[in-house]
Design a protein around this ligand. Structure first.
Ligand code: UDX
Length: 427
């Protein structure tokens, strides 16, 4: 099929490349000329395992352009995969969606199915369809289907090619059938439903996972006070198949481009519909607090940051991504700076992006060992394999061997035996 993809971020580019992998002709559209040039050169603008290889393998079926007019012409399906960032009040900002819709309405020259892949509030697909039908130039039939995205950053290609389900929200049999055809070669179970239900599946799934994390983080905090071990507790819980053992890792809270934004957006939607989701509200509040839990712990211990060398290991919101969005490091580092700390940070891939936000305030180190040498305190915010593999000796080079680990990277007993004062989450 001839497909266009509006937006080449994590969702748009990965989906486009996977569609091309399965034989579709895909035109990727973005407003960023630099990004387009990069992709034309076969380079992925995002760090995602396996993506460049797949771009190369499907190169003959992939085109990259900023010229939306020609891109949206002669297409069977146009996907929208642009961002829906958070507004100040927590609601989703749909400006990018409507900017693309305007271009689509101006450009199409045949009947076209527009597929919203971006995460959008329930009811948005209805509004988008009305907008497109009201504004299309010419006598063309435009309809809209919802096709939410469940990929995780770092495993985006695998999640797209081998996902557990494809959710399709469509209002007509014809649109459902078009979508079934788009994905027929993927070999993944497909679920069809109405558009509003599909939109809700996305929010309800993400918010459920966020809730699971906040719940386990609260249990972990209580474990600390009651001298129970969260890892044993989750092992015991996870073997109950009704609970499952995934997303039960306690830590310093969830970040990333989805959970923080989607919990706030659904909560906002629930409030304006007068059916407040109290569980989601609690998940948000717990997460905000959890992110600075280790900072608060250090303060309670009487640690004075002024003039001290603070080693920060891990900046990204999780390993295997260069994404910093809502990463706990971004909540903590300003607090350390405000308190007069000298920060030495290490992250295997996130430093370049961090440097854009903090070009001079932080000392960036090539190795974790360099950060730790003579440090007064160490905070761990991301469980990168390089950080998890550090030998005890690396911490023994600190001036004061005080380690606060937000990702439970090391065995507490081994750290204690090595003479390191070690605090983790729920153990
Ligand atoms: C998430 C969803 O998993 C994905 O389905 C959706 O499409 C987008 O949002 P992503 O944000 O890439 O994906 O990352 P994910 O692996 O889910 O982790 C999100 C955050 O939760 C990270 O900060 C991670 O550290 C944290 N997390 C995850 C935990 O604290 N504990 C866990 O057990 C799992």
């Amino acid at each position: 099929m001839r497909i266009a993809m509006a937006g080449t971020g994590y969702v748009g580019l990965v989906t486009a490349v996977c569609l091309a992998h399965h034989g579709h002709e895909v035109t990727c559209v973005d407003i960023d000329e630099n990004k387009i040039q990069t992709m034309r050169a076969g380079i992925s603008p995002i760090y995602e395992e396996g993506l460049e290889e797949l771009m190369a393998e499907s190169a003959e079926r992939l085109t990259y352009t900023t010229d939306y007019r020609s891109a949206y012409q002669n297409k069977d399906v146009i996907f929208i995969g642009v961002g829906t960032p958070e507004k100040k009040d927590g609601s989703a900002n749909l400006d990018f969606i409507y900017a693309v819709c305007k271009q689509i309405a101006e450009s199409v020259n045949q009947d076209t199915l527009v597929v919203v892949k971006s995460t959008v509030p329930i009811g948005t697909n209805d509004d988008v369809e009305k907008y497109l039908q009201d504004n299309v130039q010419g006598d063309y039939k435009i309809s809209v289907a919802s096709n939410p995205e469940f990929l995780s950053q770092g495993t985006a290609v695998r999640d797209t090619l081998h996902g557990e389900r494809i959710v399709i929200g469509a209002e007509t049999e014809e649109d459902k059938n078009t979508m079934l055809k788009v994905y027929e070669n993927f070999g993944i179970p497909m679920l069809t439903m109405n558009r509003r239900s599909a939109e809700m599946v996305k929010y309800a799934s993400n918010d459920f996972l966020a809730l699971k994390i906040s719940y386990i983080n609260e249990i972990a905090n209580l474990c600390e006070s009651l001298h129970a071990n969260i890892e044993d507790v989750t092992r015991g819980m996870g073997m109950d198949s009704r609970i499952g053992n995934k997303f039960l890792n306690a830590g310093i809270g969830y970040g990333g481009s989805c959970f923080p934004k989607d919990t706030k957006a659904l909560h906002w939607l629930s409030v304006i519909n007068d059916v407040e989701l109290k569980t989601v509200k609690a998940a948000i509040e717990v997460n905000e607090r959890q992110k600075i839990r280790l900072y608060e712990k250090a303060r309670k211990m009487g640690f004075d940051f002024k003039g001290k060398k603070v080693a920060v290991l891990g900046l990204t919101f999780k390993p295997n991504t260069d994404d910093l969005r809502d990463a706990p490091s971004l909540d903590n580092i300003p607090l350390f700076l405000d308190n007069g700390a000298n920060i030495y940070a290490y992250d295997p891939v996130g430093m370049k992006n961090f440097q854009r936000k903090y070009p001079t305030e932080i000392n960036y180190c090539d190795t974790p060992e360099e950060c730790l040498q003579d440090a007064d305190i160490c905070f761990i915010f991301t469980e990168w394999p390089q950080i998890k593999a550090l030998p005890m000796e690396a911490f023994q080079t600190m001036k004061t061997t005080l380690v606060l680990d937000g990702r439970n990277c090391y065995c507490p007993k081994k750290m204690k035996d090595a003479g390191i004062l070690y605090y983790s989450i729920g153990r």
